[in-house]
Design a protein around this ligand. Structure first.
Ligand code: SF4
Ligand code: SF4
Length: 186
């Protein structure tokens, strides 16, 4: 068995530096207290916890951070950011990881997650609010299962749990906001 000496281990800080440059957040302040993970409402669906994600960022473990479903199951609720004793805006770090992943074309293990995110953002941009039947219908269609969950969706529409037709909320203001954000990013 090969013995790895401590002096042979080199940490790659470039991932953390890129996150810091884009988001202004320093992931090295994280001391693994787990308060972020314990309050996260999406935790049960995630492959790794937000705490582990911070460790991956500190150690430069890009693949572990990007290929798991964690960054895609984050709903940006900010609970972790408000709980963090080190004052790290973790939700912002995760948003930044999503952007880096998309730009570098790093594929998540589950390809549907980035697609869901793109559809969601497009819907919000042009309609100003979510339209669940349209979102799920497009996701299923584009992932080759057009009839998936259709019976359940119809039942929910009949019971008034889902709206058949979309509604719009200030779509022009939302489009303006998206184009301003795009300009700022450039
Ligand atoms: S709450 Fe903050 S310090 Fe604690 S594990 Fe999460 S990121 Fe790290
Ligand atoms: S912002 Fe994301 S990671 Fe943080 S608590 Fe909410 S869902 Fe979890």
């Amino acid at each position: 068995m090969k013995v790895v000496k401590q002096q042979d281990i080199k940490l790659d800080s470039s991932f953390a530096e890129e996150i810091a440059k884009r988001s202004g957040e320093n992931v090295f302040l994280c001391y693994q207290c787990k308060k972020c993970a314990s309050g996260c409402p999406s935790r049960m669906f995630m492959d790794s916890t937000p705490t582990q994600l911070m460790r991956y960022a500190q150690l430069g473990m890009v693949d572990e951070a990007m290929k798991k479903n964690t960054i895609w199951y984050c709903v940006s609720c900010q609970t972790c950011s408000t709980r963090c004793p080190a004052d790290i805006d973790i939700a912002h770090v995760i948003d930044t990881m999503r952007i880096i992943g998309q730009e570098k074309k790093l594929k998540a293990d589950d390809n549907k997650l980035p697609l869901f995110n793109r559809l969601w953002m497009t819907m919000i941009r042009f309609m100003g609010r979510a339209y669940e039947p349209g979102l799920v219908g497009s996701l299923n269609f584009l992932s080759g299962k057009p009839t998936k969950d259709m019976a359940l969706g119809m039942k929910m529409i009949k019971k008034g749990k889902l709206k058949l037709f979309p509604s719009f909320k200030k779509p022009f203001a939302m489009m303006k906001m998206f184009s301003r954000a795009k300009k700022l990013r450039k």
